[in-house]
Design a protein around this ligand. Structure first.
Ligand code: NAD
Ligand code: DAO
Ligand code: ZN
Length: 369
């Protein structure tokens, strides 16, 4: 079938709105009509050419929501008409990783997903007879996409697509890092570095679990008001701190953070996030994706004296199990998505969505089909 897509023809160039060809779902796959998709920093990172694993030409996008319109042979958990969120971290419930119950990093289709193709090794997308690469197994910058059944979360039908698409990445990543990865407990003191589309969701996750102090750190003072609305109790602008930021945060939290989160992708900030943690028990979670080839460092004594450094991908969430629950939380008014979606525009204007993201204005732009 012909579908409308924003195609990344080459690195460093704007996306191009094209009519491309999409083959139907094969065994174990479903065809989904994408109704809305968020534009995330990871899409921009890959489009820029800085992502060493970026493949071109490709259809980017990994934060979508839509409706199943056709199912391939053998599909059991989905049917035509189901409302769904694509998952860039699948959940097969059968691989060694899923069965371990120690990680959300299902490996069932990892190698083909990383090569930009479907599990059978081929692409479903083509333009003028030339294959296009899939992206993160989702390719939501197209009004139809094909997905493996294990990479699809079924959600309730009354949830608005242009809001809950954000649960496909940013919301789940932030809230999940608090609940699944750090397991922040009631009364804990939390420091969040970076108050963007991820950090603000860490803030609302910390508020949900009843954290005591929720300190937000950002260079941009415009982020303060919304962060406070979501639960931030103290704001720190590193530019306004006299002396050492880490010492300031340790003093503010009366000994150090019980939990800190790096939501920027800056390796120097990752070090600050670890070192502002409480001696003996503080846990620092890296969420931000650093540039290719960059490395983190600290004095090993920071770890010897009890601080713990960990990372979180997709908030440690098992998508088919956890994403429908997060949709319920939104529909029940337990989490705020509406204030974080600062722009909605049609797919034809998707390059404006990238410009808005780079400008630092707004939090999330959603494009609709
Ligand atoms: P964003 O640009 O919306 O937010 C980043 C914030 O950090 C901005 O508010 C900016 O002002 C602030 N900032 C920048 N440099 C700073 C500094 N030195 N000190 C303090 N504040 C600073 O980005 P986002 O969409 O929230 O994404 C954050 C990171 O999370 C990115 O690296 C993204 O790729 C990554 N990410 C990770 C996962 C995962 O599963 N681990 C998922 C999605 C996104
Ligand atoms: O299983 O080896 C693996 C890779 C899993 C990829 C997890 C993605 C991590 C976050 C990247 C940013 C997502 C928008
Ligand atoms: Zn698995």
């Amino acid at each position: 079938m012909d579908v409308r897509a924003a195609v990344a023809l080459e690195a460093g160039k704007p996306l191009s709105i094209e009519t491309v060809q999409l083959d139907g779902p094969k065994e174990g796959e479903v065809l989904v009509e994408i109704k809305a998709t968020g534009v995330c920093h990871t899409d921009a990172y890959t489009l820029s050419g800085a992502d060493p694993e970026g493949l071109f030409p490709a259809i980017l996008g990994h934060e979508g929501a839509g409706v199943v319109v056709e199912v391939g042979a053998g599909v059991q958990s989905l049917k035509t008409g189901d409302h769904v969120i694509p998952l860039y971290t699948p959940e097969c419930r059968n691989c060694e990783y899923c069965l371990s119950q120690k990680t959300n990093l299902c490996q069932a289709i990892r190698s083909t997903q990383g090569r930009g193709v479907m599990p059978d090794g081929s692409s479903r997308f083509a333009i003028d007879g030339q294959p296009l690469y899939h992206y993160m197994g989702t390719s939501t910058f197209a009004n139809y996409t094909v997905l493996p059944e294990i990479a699809v979360a079924k959600i309730r039908e009354d949830a608005p697509f242009e809001k809950v698409c954000y649960i496909g990445c940013g919301v789940t990543t932030g809230i999940g890092a608090v609940i699944n990865t750090a397991k922040v407990e009631y009364g804990a003191n939390v420091v969040v570095f970076g108050l963007g589309g991820i950090g603000l969701n860490v803030i609302q996750g910390a508020r949900m679990v009843g954290a005591n102090m929720i300190v937000g750190v950002d260079l941009n003072p415009k982020k303060k008001a919304l962060a406070e609305k979501l639960g931030m109790t103290h704001f720190v602008n590193p530019r306004e701190v006299e002396g050492d930021l880490v010492a300031h945060l340790v003093e503010l939290t009366k000994g150090g953070a019980d939990y800190s989160f790096e939501c920027i992708g800056n390796v120097n900030v990752m070090r600050q996030a670890l070192e502002c943690c409480h001696k003996g028990w503080g846990v620092s979670v890296i969420i931000g994706v650093a540039g290719a080839g960059q490395e983190i460092s600290t004095r090993p004594f920071q770890l010897v004296t009890g601080r713990v450094w960990k990372g979180s991908a997709f908030g440690g969430a098992r998508g088919r199990t956890d994403v429908p629950k997060i949709v319920d939380w939104y529909m029940e008014g337990r989490i705020n998505i509406d204030d974080l979606i600062t722009n909605v525009m049609p797919i034809e204007r998707i390059n404006e969505a990238f410009d808005l993201m780079h400008s630092g204005e707004g939090i999330r732009t959603v494009v609709t089909f």
